[in-house]
Design a protein around this ligand. Structure first.
Ligand SMILES: *[C@@H]1O[C@H](CO)[C@@H](O)[C@H](O)[C@H]1NC(C)=O
Ligand SMILES: *[C@@H]1O[C@H](CO)[C@@H](O)[C@H](O)[C@H]1NC(C)=O
Ligand SMILES: *[C@@H]1O[C@H](CO)[C@@H](O)[C@H](O)[C@H]1NC(C)=O
Ligand SMILES: *[C@@H]1O[C@H](CO)[C@@H](O)[C@H](O)[C@H]1NC(C)=O
Ligand SMILES: *[C@@H]1O[C@H](CO)[C@@H](O)[C@H](O)[C@H]1NC(C)=O
Length: 399
């Protein structure tokens, strides 16, 4: 027992000793870029520097030309003129995920130099994050997508206002191409919740980067000739460096209405008289757009507001339906004709009931009086219906 503990202590001491002698240096290399693995020492003269690969095979020696391992030809190099100056750093070219691992630099010469261990990790940082709506699977979904990242990042969903985690149903697909990951997640849209903002957050495995994209959808309607404010408010953490863009999608080609940022405020000529942005409010994140003098054909469609900042975007889609006063009239007439049909059917039904009532009256005197009375009352109600409004007021009275 006691001797066991002593052995453990001794072992720990040895581990500590070796760790102290060869301190790990951590280097993060960017995908496809060149990277320097440092190995520095005090030069006395005549030192030879040797680098060992993560699998502990000799990669390169400063007293030889080029690597011995064929896998590393054109991949690694040393700065020959620097070695005499105490710089035995290794150049690792066009880094790939498979280059990661623990490299060792061993210096031999007149004096003893501790080994240098360099732990290399390779990173392909996120370049973009897309968030869009889709219904390819038959469901209304929100799709969050990021491509060509290494290592695979973490993806999560949330909503604003917050919803229970188990209310959110989503799929997550991770694909690997040439060592890099593509992450695609689809979240089923929640029904019956008005103006919900969907947020997709993706965090790099090394914790240095977080990207966020949010999306909200709103339906609005207005009558022609009216004024209207299309709402769009950026999340507070997206400020202050952003570009705001409003665009309009009448058919399949989008047209930019305006762009706004700290250095530029531009409005498309065609929209000049129709839109207004409160530039003071937009600085604090309220990018709502005032639309004036709306006309049916021109202004019905999908308006998209997007706030873009480094690693952060917020998009609002607003489906606007501008109805003309004329088309509303047509609708009322249409509904009138529907009601006329309904009234005719009702009258026929009452007539049938009345006939049945009369037949019954002949059969049974005590029951018939009541039935007759009811039938007449209903007849009164239905036959004096000139419009929808009358019907509803009668209904209220009956109930
Ligand atoms: C070692 O040499 C390389 C190549 O010239 C250089 O990039 C690196 O900065 C040098 N390191 C030091 C600590 O001087
Ligand atoms: C915003 O941009 C300015 C100038 O480009 C920069 O100095 C500042 O650090 C940026 N702020 C943030 C929070 O990114
Ligand atoms: C402002 O917006 C314009 C046009 O979209 C863009 O080219 C420019 O880079 C933006 N400037 C800043 C500081 O974001
Ligand atoms: C944004 O501004 C519009 C007017 O431009 C206003 O009606 C709306 O209430 C504002 N929204 C917020 C969240 O401040
Ligand atoms: C716009 O509203 C009218 C009347 O409410 C409706 O008939 C029409 O289908 C709507 N159009 C769209 C594109 O939603």
């Amino acid at each position: 027992m006691a001797s066991g503990s002593i052995w453990t202590l001794a072992l720990l001491w040895i581990i500590n000793l070796t760790e102290a002698r060869t301190q790990d240096i951590h280097v993060t290399c960017l995908y496809t870029e060149d990277c320097i693995l440092p190995c520095l020492f005090k030069p006395v003269g005549g030192e030879v520097v040797r680098w060992y690969s993560p699998s502990n095979s000799l990669l390169l020696s400063s007293d030889q030309n080029g690597p011995q391992d064929q896998n590393y030809v054109n991949k690694v190099a040393m700065f020959q003129n620097q070695v005499a100056l105490g710089n035995g750093s290794l150049l690792l070219q066009r880094c790939q995920p498979q280059d990661r691992g623990r490299y060792r630099c061993h210096v031999t010469g007149q004096q003893e130099v501790p080994d240098t261990t360099v732990v290399v990790r390779v990173e392909a940082p996120m370049q973009s994050l897309a968030l869009e709506t889709t219904r390819l699977s038959g469901y209304e979904e929100v799709l969050c997508l990021t491509r060509n990242v290494y290592p695979a990042p973490q993806l999560s969903w949330s909503t604003q206002p917050p919803m229970a985690k188990d209310a959110m149903k989503y799929t997550l697909h991770k694909r690997e191409t040439k060592g890099l990951y593509t992450l695609e997640s689809k979240l089923r849209k929640l029904r019956g919740v008005a103006s919900l903002t969907y947020v997709c957050t993706v965090s790099a495995a090394y914790g240095a980067q977080t990207w966020r994209a949010s999306l909200t959808e709103t339906d609005m309607s207005s009558t022609e000739g009216g004024d209207l404010t299309l709402p769009c408010v950026a999340p507070a953490d997206l400020l202050p460096n952003f570009t705001l863009t409003w665009s309009f999608l009448p058919t399949d080609q989008s047209s930019v209405i305006l762009t706004y940022n700290s250095s530029r405020h531009w409005v498309a000529e065609a929209w000049g008289g129709h839109v207004q942005l409160d530039t003071l409010a937009v600085k604090s994140g309220n990018g709502s757009l005032r639309l004036r003098n709306l006309y049916t054909k021109q202004h019905t469609g999908i308006y998209t507001c997007s706030f873009t900042a480094p690693k952060h975007t917020h998009v609002a889609h607003i489906r606007l339906n501008v109805t003309s006063i004329r088309s509303e009239k047509v609708q009322t007439e249409e509904s009138n004709s529907w009601w006329i049909a309904a009234v005719v059917v009702a009258v026929l039904a009452v007539a049938m009931a009345a006939i049945v009532g009369i037949v019954k009256l002949k059969d049974d005197c005590s029951q018939s009086g009541k039935t007759m009375e009811e039938a007449t009352m209903m007849h009164d109600v239905t036959s004096t219906l000139p419009s929808k409004q009358h019907l509803s007021s009668h209904h209220t009275r009956i109930q």
